[in-house]
Write a protein that binds this ligand. Structure first.
Ligand SMILES: Cc1cc2nc3c(=O)[nH]c(=O)nc-3n(C[C@H](O)[C@H](O)[C@H](O)COP(=O)(O)OP(=O)(O)OC[C@H]3O[C@@H](n4cnc5c(N)ncnc54)[C@H](O)[C@@H]3O)c2cc1C
Length: 449
């Protein structure tokens, strides 16, 4: 077995730990720094799925693993705020090619108009400023960061999956396996863990020797909805990029939109639980189709298991049981008719591969009729939302990471062990994850001087 010592280890190469890496270098803490990830370099990542056979079940899905983490093929919607740490994160990103943003006044005024329009149709809107830079820009920025870290001497340990973390005599040991099953152990006194949302289901196993409390949260589950871009622009004016539109339905449930991708595409990716769906878009070529997730937060009445996390995973597993290599899709027309008449028609979707099914029976009780009500209401704003050829696809599972026992968002009960980004249950997105990387480094630096 191969063993190597470092001063600081970053486990997971997503936005949280990349920001931490950049900050550590700037703070002069770069004598011996390594990043471990089960995926590949940002220059080697690409999805190998095929139109016919679907997902190839790669050891680590290239869409969400590797340098840049889930951020690299994301939609590139970045939450702008006045927060000091957000400003620091944006300063780094701009250093590596992110365009600056000065449209805040136009954005705010459009949000105001939007709210009025939506409220007149019984929706509510929670808006924030979201700078949309697109998947293409995010890929470029990520690669620039990789080049910079590499040239600064940071060690990249790619295609290494961490299987256990232990702590002995003040030193953390991260045992990893490579794709050939060989074992490697990396050691350091300080360890920043940023293994992202997808690793939540294997967290307990990874940290079995370092017990920590985690508080389960109710997940949100639902579908992606694809429709003509003109309908979305009628609401957003093409200015507001990530509106969270909510509706209290007749049943009393609240449904919200999540991760709107204007003129974008729906993208499948694989987590340990199975295939899931997200969205992305390019600033260079639009698709003419837009999509967002329509989600319902699961509540007490939905729970069939004691563990809400298991409930969310069970939804993904139901889809997986029908076809383990494809997401599932249905036209809006068939969804409303509870049938599969359109199965062999040409489908107006941006999904690269899928299987056709009746989604009604897979969704938690009542959700199908609530989604139908949501879409019907949108149709009163623009009838293009209610085309029978519009597309619903599944599964979508969000906000499902149990909240971890940490103080100041990142500090664990074990000295020198920090958690950053989505895995903490406190972040959700590129900028909030990046901020945690900065917070952790602040603490590391304060405690090493
Ligand atoms: C399709 C899609 C679109 C998105 N669009 C947006 C968007 O527009 N705006 C936005 O703000 N957010 C978006 N997100 C969410 C955003 O990407 C994440 O919130 C963010 O990347 C989380 O960063 P992180 O550093 O916490 O972890 P992640 O980015 O999830 O990275 C975790 C890394 O850890 C590695 N890892 C995990 N377990 C192990 C292990 N055992 N051993 C070794 N390595 C491991 C993984 O390989 C991965 O590279 C999107 C996500 C997806 C999937």
């Amino acid at each position: 077995m191969h063993t190597r010592d470092y001063e600081i280890l970053l486990l997971g190469a997503g936005p949280a730990n990349l920001m931490a890496g950049l900050e550590l270098l700037d703070q002069g803490q770069h004598r011996s720094l390594a990043i471990i990830d089960q995926g590949e370099s940002a220059f080697a990542r690409h999805c190998k799925a095929s139109h016919v056979n679907g997902c190839r079940h790669c050891t680590a899905c290239d869409v969400v693993n590797g340098f840049g983490g889930a951020g690299m093929f994301s939609d590139g919607k970045l939450h702008r705020s006045d927060d000091e740490y957000a400003a620091r994160a944006f300063a780094y990103l701009e250093r590596f090619g992110l365009p600056s943003f000065d449209d805040a006044p136009a954005y705010m005024s459009r949000l105001k108009r939007m709210r009025k329009l939506l409220e007149s149709h019984r929706f509510s809107l929670s808006g924030y400023i979201s700078q949309h830079v697109g998947t293409d820009t995010i890929i470029e920025v990520t690669r620039n960061i990789e080049t910079h870290l590499r040239s600064a001497g940071v060690a990249f340990l790619f295609a290494r999956r961490a299987v256990s973390v232990t702590w002995e005599k003040g030193v953390y040991q991260v045992r990893c396996v490579d794709r050939g099953g060989r074992s490697f152990t990396y050691q350091a006194e300080r360890l920043l863990v940023g293994t992202g949302k997808a690793s939540a289901s294997v967290f307990a196993e990874l940290f079995s020797e370092l017990p920590m409390q985690r508080v389960s949260v109710m997940p949100s589950v639902g579908v992606r909805f694809e429709f003509p871009t003109s309908a979305l622009r009628k609401i957003t004016g093409g200015v507001v990029k990530d509106p969270q539109i909510a509706l209290k339905t007749r049943t009393g449930a609240t449904l919200t939109t999540f991760c709107t991708c204007e003129a974008g595409q729906v993208v499948p990716f694989r987590t340990p639980a199975g295939i899931q769906l997200g969205g992305q878009s390019s600033t260079r070529e639009g698709t003419g189709r837009s999509n967002f997730a329509i989600l319902r937060r699961i509540d007490q009445n939905d729970r069939q298991e004691d563990d809400p996390f298991a409930f969310g995973q069970a939804f993904v597993s139901r889809v997986h049981a029908i076809n383990p290599s494809m997401p599932l899709l249905q036209t809006l027309g068939d969804f409303l008719d509870n049938g599969v008449k359109d199965r062999f028609e040409k489908h107006d979707t941006t999904l690269p591969y899928y299987d056709y099914t009746n989604l009604n029976s897979l969704l938690p009780t009542g959700l199908a009729s609530e989604i139908a009500e949501f879409v019907d209401r949108l149709g009163q704003i623009d009838s293009n939302f209610t085309h029978r050829a519009n597309i619903l696809s599944a599964p979508v599972l969000e906000y499902s990471v149990p909240m971890l026992e940490v103080t100041d968002f990142v500090i664990s009960r074990y000295p020198g062990l920090y958690f950053v980004g989505d895995i903490t249950g406190y972040a959700s997105g590129i900028i909030s994850s990046a901020i945690m990387g900065l917070l952790a480094v602040d603490h590391v630096c304060r405690n090493s001087s």
